[in-house]
Design a protein around this ligand. Sequence first.
Ligand code: AMP
Length: 302
Amino acid sequence: MRLITTVHEMKSVAREIRAQGKSLALVPTMGALHEGHLSLARRARRECDAVVVSIFVNPTQFGTGEDFTRYPRNLEQDLDLLAPLQVDAAFAPGATEIYPQGFDTFIEPGALAAPLEGAARPGHFSGVATVVVKLFNIVRPDVACFGQKDFQQALLIRHLARDLNLDVRLAICPIVREPDGLAQSSRNAYLDAEDRRAALALYRSLRRAQELVDAGETEARLIVEEMGKVFAAEPRVTPDYAVVVEPARLSPVQRVTPGCVALVAARVGSTRLIDNWIIAPPGTSDDERIQLALERSCSGGL
Ligand code: AMP
């Protein structure tokens, strides 16, 4: 695996790969890699002949007062984790390599960026969209792998790729969880033992939503109320939002049907965590759930 730190070298390595007639997959990450990221790298490996994993803590997607400076960084450990996965290159540029002095052009995503994470983190999705388009232009991948973990981000990048005629196919991969259900996240490293226990409220609230649907409940108002009760029982956790939406516009629904998505964001101490769950009948696999939600997002006017 090559470690690449400059845009120039990354472009030339990607060009070499393409010249050999190989297909190329990109996995964009902010590092502090965990099994969730590695599952994306494995998917990339299955999708294409060559794989690039980018590791870049993108300053433009952090707001003032957010955790950019303390975000976990451990390049050596990340490279060790990638080593056994047959990744061709790790692209780990510094901030000034991606945003040299005078950088002054940003992508402004539309309505999908307005609610939920967009409302809680002004400017976040503009930073995400900008860095993703830059990475796509540098690497020019055939396939790019994103996690369902950041559901709104995945939808938005899909929309962006379509709107801007980008020649890239997106692969959206299921959420990798700890054995007790907590979604894996680089930010879980911030949690002390008590917060780690309390953080399970996010997953529990999502499970509660699915349980109610399994029992025949379809009224979103009631389901969201029950999700709120799960948070209320955990005083260390302050929910930011707990909603059930349709995936076309991410608008709240009245009736919960398969392919709707329950999304939560909450603060556990000073750590902000997000998670989501695609509602589907029992026995539906994680990949099928993603398919279901994506189909609904297409039929909804994208
Ligand atoms: P990040 O490093 O947090 O920016 O995440 C990089 C990519 O990994 C994004 O596409 C995330 O959605 C994805 N990702 C993060 N956590 C998980 C997880 N637990 N399971 C699957 N994918 C994940």
